[in-house]
Design a protein around this ligand. Structure first.
Ligand SMILES: [Mn+2]
Length: 360
């Protein structure tokens, strides 16, 4: 955390800020280690304060040894921060414009002897490059996902003929992940069978699995705050030519992208590698989302693999690679791995098999 504070201060110096308030809870966790639901950081060139309420004083004291923990008392986090700023003789205060709503801004105006300076993506930019400790946690989160997938395949094989539903599968994936060290899911699990699998973000329901169905399973967990994300698609009963063509095209696109990723490429260049393969197979219009996103303390972070992403990929970034083809009325396929960018290429954190799994 010390290093992270140092990096934050370097950014503050570049922006000529005497102090900065960090309000976004994920950014707070990254900078301080605090994992509760109410806090405000005030970081000055010399000191760092974490302001919270009674419920979290003990927790924050344990989680944030580098911070001075301050009880907001009746003043609220902002009121207390202003009191400290006054006391420390601060004149300008950076704030996170993306996480400051209008009502809060109106509050700022009451303290108009300070200059409030809007900032954007200051901590988010630091979070793009994961350190060794973060990568370990992401790796463990994805390992738990892999484990859940292998167990769910056994369950589906045994039970699908007995009326197993999408919801049953989603719940079981979540149960297995919790039982193996996850604190929860990193997003609402997607389990979609048959024609429903063409909905990229389908909500699991009471649908059962039938012969001829693709079943898309997109899920992830949280481990010590860090998110995992993976998708596999299986088929119920012997696949026909159409199943094969769609599946093999997505797989080919994914493998080509995985093979190509290395530092120095722009996000849009990686996206194009997969997208061109899908286009050339005649399914261009059925791949309407980006190829992938960064993952960390949040499930969707920047940079992305998308046709608009100009940012260059760097070692230490962790991203998903998840091409898909979605044919309305028929079904969809998505295959998603999570990878760490290394100096020369990638380390894939996802180890579940990718050849088409046929459940008969
Ligand atoms: Mn994803």
């Amino acid at each position: 955390m010390d290093q992270r504070l140092q990096k934050l201060r370097a950014q503050m110096a570049a922006l000529k800020l005497e102090s900065m308030m960090v309000a976004n809870l994920t950014n707070i966790r990254y900078i301080s280690g605090f994992a509760g639901s109410n806090a405000l950081l005030l970081v000055t060139t010399e000191k760092q304060y974490l302001i919270t309420d009674f419920r979290y004083i003990e927790q924050a004291t344990g989680q944030c040894p580098n911070f001075e923990i301050v009880n907001q008392e009746q003043k609220g986090t902002l009121g207390k921060a202003m009191e400290i700023a006054e006391h420390d003789g601060i004149k300008n205060i950076g704030f996170e414009s993306d996480y400051t709503n209008y009502s809060t801004y109106v509050e700022y105006e009451k303290y108009n002897h300070f200059t409030f300076v809007p900032t954007k993506d200051v901590v988010e930019n630091l979070r793009q490059i994961k350190d060794a400790e973060e990568i370990k946690k992401l790796e463990e989160a994805e390992r738990i996902g892999d484990l859940a997938f292998s167990k769910i395949i056994s369950l589906i094989t045994m039970e699908y003929k007995n009326g197993l539903t999408e919801t049953d599968i989603a719940l079981e994936l979540e149960r297995i992940m919790r039982m193996n060290g996850a604190s929860g899911t990193s997003f609402s699990s997607i389990v979609a069978a048959g024609a429903k699998s063409s909905l990229c973000h389908a909500v699991p329901g009471r649908e059962t699995l039938n012969v001829g169905d693709f079943v898309v399973m997109d899920f992830g967990c949280r481990y010590e705050g860090y998110c995992s994300d993976m998708t596999r698609t299986i088929v119920i009963g012997k696949p026909n030519e159409k199943h094969q063509k769609i599946y093999q095209t997505v797989l080919k696109a994914q493998l080509a992208a995985l093979d190509a990723i290395k530092p120095g490429l722009k996000g849009k260049e990686v996206d194009a590698i997969a997208r061109n393969i899908i286009k050339d197979a005649g399914y261009g219009e059925y791949f309407g989302h980006g190829l992938g996103h960064s993952v960390g303390l949040d499930i969707h972070e920047n940079p992305r693999f998308s046709s608009a992403e100009e940012k260059v990929i760097e070692p230490g970034m962790v991203l998903t690679v998840e091409p898909g083809i979605y044919v309305p009325g028929f079904g969809g396929v998505r295959i998603e791995d999570m990878v760490v960018v290394t100096k020369t290429g990638i380390k894939n954190l996802t180890h579940s098999p990718k050849e088409l799994i046929v459940i008969e």
